[in-house]
Design a protein around this ligand. Structure first.
Ligand SMILES: *Cc1c(COP(=O)(O)O)cnc(C)c1O
Length: 429
């Protein structure tokens, strides 16, 4: 592998601008006056793709990583013809992260969660006695399991038993990857609770979700890929959101590119879409409030069960805190849309016919929201539009055969933490 010198960066508390050092895995500012994300501030102010590195590491000068990993892939941006014509758009660019070798997209796990996995796992030091813990409803689990298996990184994946179908792989996973699941009938929040209890032991390291700067800047490579292809910042950006992390990340890279100055000074209007009836952030945004509208666990469960794009059902998204999705939408003069299952299915088929890629329901939700924005005039026909197609190509990826992973342990999240820790530790001994 090529020699790699990590880029220099510090962390900034978005709420008060305090700049401080990363202790290695800092997820928040301990002195923050208010709930806030921390953001990476890179020494390199110019956008400088690394021609010598592969996949997302091409953007390593804006990634808070210490090393580079094997088999790295990344997003691919191309100018749309079929969908562009259908919508009457002159400058539609599709950023696709998934498997479609005909356009050069080779993410074998098929979703843009790969971008966060290659970045987060590369933020870990090469020699560490800690075991990474990731909680996921599906796509994140698959991406981290693959990256950690390929690179011999010890990890515990926490996933609800009913979502285990998301764990398909081309090869059997190495033993550094352990899968623990909450019992049948449990959901994402139970898997989160399992992981949280596990992380009370020093031996385990919580990945951190949206708070992890590596996760966000990994996802933000979608915009970097688009700007390289377009040559300037887009006017509008479309993405389906569950947590909103990918959209926050795009906003952050937009601000860095404005500082660079060579790609224009505009703030790209950010448009985020949710799958109705799971419209927690949509409802909050339309009420124009920073606080999330209330949603009980039970209500969340019922609504999550109804939607096709299951990955879009996060009940605790980083929306309200400083530097979160509310701020991103507000600062960029963006907006939100809600999309029904019928609309998703319509655009999924349409996209396949027009662009020849089978996309996930979540990605189709973004396409549907773009069609709405064209119709309601939010987007003008000659504007530069970036559509973040967050995943797809699963049919072709699976065509070569695949294995299903099975849980190493099924544990109730109600077990006392020492029992959970003890049982999981034994898997690694
Ligand atoms: C996770 C995911 C999303 C939503 O991403 P966020 O930026 O975290 O809201 C959209 N599409 C797919 C396919 C995903 O896996």
């Amino acid at each position: 592998m090529p020699r790699f010198t990590p880029t220099q960066y510090e962390l900034m508390n978005v709420a008060d601008g305090r700049v401080f050092k990363d202790k290695g895995w800092t997820l928040a500012d301990p002195e923050s006056p208010a709930p806030s994300l921390v953001r990476a501030v890179y020494g390199e102010k110019l956008f400088t793709p690394r021609e010598d590195l592969e996949g997302i590491y091409r953007y390593a000068s804006w990634l808070p990583i210490r090393r580079i990993l094997k088999n790295a892939q990344g997003p691919v941006t191309y100018q749309s013809k079929g969908l562009a014509r259908e919508l009457g758009l002159k400058n539609l660019f599709i950023t696709f992260t998934g498997y479609a070798p005909e356009i050069g997209a080779e993410v074998a796990t098929c979703s843009f969660k790969a971008t966060e996995a290659y970045s987060v796992c590369a933020r870990l030091p090469k020699k560490t006695d800690k075991i990474l813990v990731v909680q996921s409803a599906g796509n994140t689990a698959r991406a981290f399991a693959q990256v950690c298996s390929d690179n011999n990184i010890p990890i515990v994946i926490c996933i609800p038993r009913d979502n285990i179908d998301a764990l398909w792989f081309h090869k059997r996973l190495r033993s550094c990857v352990k899968i623990i699941s909450s019992p049948r009938g449990s959901d994402y929040f139970d898997a989160i609770q399992l992981g949280d209890k596990l992380c009370r032991s020093e031996r385990f390291l919580a990945e951190g979700g949206a708070k992890n700067v590596a996760r966000r800047d990994g996802m933000g490579t979608t915009l970097l890929s688009a700007v390289e292809a377009i040559g300037e910042l887009p006017d509008a950006y479309f993405q389906a959101v569950g947590s909103g992390t990918g959209t926050i990340a795009v906003w952050e890279n937009n601000l860095r590119l404005i500082e660079d100055g060579r790609f224009g000074k505009k703030k790209t209007r950010l448009y985020a879409a949710q799958n109705a009836p799971f419209t927690l952030m949509y409802d909050s945004w339309k009420a124009h409030q920073r606080a999330l509208v209330p949603m009980t666990a039970e209500e969340g469960r019922l609504k999550a069960a109804e939607i096709d794009a299951k990955v879009l059902s996060n009940r605790k998204p980083p929306y309200s805190l400083a530097g979160g999705l509310f701020d991103a939408l507000e600062d960029s003069k963006g907006d939100m849309y809600k999309v029904t299952n019928e609309e998703i299915n319509f655009w999924k088929r349409k996209f396949n016919a027009l662009e020849h890629i089978d996309i996930y329901s979540a990605a189709a939700c973004a396409v549907a929201s773009l069609s709405m924005a064209v119709k309601d005039g939010s987007v003008k026909k000659n504007e530069i539009v970036m559509l973040n197609c967050t995943g797809g190509g699963e049919e072709s990826a699976k065509a070569g055969g695949y294995f299903m992973a099975v849980p190493d342990l099924v544990l109730s999240p109600d077990l006392p933490e020492d029992q959970i820790i003890d049982q999981v530790c034994r898997l690694f001994d």
